[in-house]
Design a protein around this ligand. Structure first.
Ligand code: PMP
Length: 309
């Protein structure tokens, strides 16, 4: 088991920074019994300047709010307040490259009705960035993603993740690294905890929104495609179509950008290092570490100097 905390670790807990070992949760909470909580998965990185930067912090905390609203959970925090609290917890835990996990949860309530209040905890732990050499052997899951007519699938709700655990455990039990799940119409959807792209003849394809979690990394990849003039299309497609692709990858806050070696018995023919997907992986890793920002700022400083002379 990973070491998420020790006796010195602190968390943000309902307005205070307290020791992780001292924060308590009610065992009669609706969240524990029914999977009724919402959460985020965020990362911070040590930038090329040595600063600590939370990647897309506003987007993540805004999504946390939208997830809570989608589940009818009271939410009385501001995005700014939670971002400030997160930086404070990172500092107190002496972390730069970290995973950040806020969870909004419900009070004791065995009934199914809505609550007057919610609670929040923000946990952080060490997570080094991934360098992207490893390629995944992926299995098409026998589990479909939850039907959006049965769940608010755009919300990052704890209960949805039982589906993710089942799919991931099935893939690993069959000797694969990870699962790829289809939606209720048998179109390709996403990974248990990441979105999906494939590459064909230099063009990228990703499932359209509707039956997947609208990932912040997915949106970042779409932005990078525009910046780098890489053609990209959002649409529904089948596994059969995917098995004619040149390359494929998962993307998410935790996964970053991680390429496929194979899907079931199909081996992706393009060498990862020769793919456009690899180009995007490199661009993503630069972006999270503020590497492009540095070049930009450097240029700005140069311009300022020139202007001053
Ligand atoms: N899909 C699912 C089911 C996920 O759990 C995640 C991780 N949050 C993603 C996609 C990717 O989302 P993001 O890029 O915002 O981390």
């Amino acid at each position: 088991m990973a070491n998420y905390y020790n006796e010195n670790t602190v968390v943000y807990w309902n307005g205070d920074v307290v020791k992780a070992t001292e924060a308590k949760m009610d065992l009669y909470s609706q969240s524990l019994h029914y999977g009724y909580s919402v959460f985020e998965g965020i990362r911070s990185y040590k930038t090329v300047n040595g600063d600590t930067k939370i990647f897309k912090e506003v987007e993540h905390y805004d999504r946390l709010r939208r997830s809570a609203e989608a589940l009818n959970m009271p939410y009385h925090w501001t995005t700014k307040q939670l971002i400030d609290a997160t930086y404070e917890v990172l500092k107190r835990n002496n972390l730069q490259d970290a995973y950040i996990r806020p969870v909004v949860y419900a009070p004791a309530n065995m009934k199914f009705d809505t609550n007057e209040r919610s609670f929040i905890v923000i946990e952080t732990w060490l997570m080094q960035p991934f360098l992207g050499e490893k390629l995944l052997r992926v299995m098409t899951s026998s589990f479909q993603r939850p039907n959006p007519k049965g769940f608010r699938i755009h919300a990052k709700a704890a209960g949805h993740y039982v589906n993710s655990l089942l799919a991931s455990q099935e893939a690993k039990a069959n000797g694969y690294d990870e699962a790829l799940l289809l939606d209720m119409n048998n179109y390709v959807a996403e990974a248990p905890g990441a979105n999906f792209f494939y590459e064909k003849d230099g063009k990228l394809f990703t499932p359209a929104l509707g039956n997947i979690l609208p990932g912040i990394t997915r949106a970042t990849i779409l932005d990078l495609c525009n910046e780098l003039n890489i053609p990209v299309e959002e649409r529904f497609f089948t596994v059969e179509e995917l098995k004619k692709a040149d390359a494929a990858f998962f993307c998410g806050t935790g996964a970053e950008v991680i390429g496929f070696e194979s899907l079931d018995d199909y081996k992706f023919p393009l060498k990862w290092n020769d793919s456009v997907s690899r180009e995007l992986q490199v661009a993503y890793m630069k972006l999270v570490r503020d590497d492009l920002g540095k070049t930009q700022r450097h240029e700005d400083t140069k311009k300022h100097k020139e202007a001053a002379v």
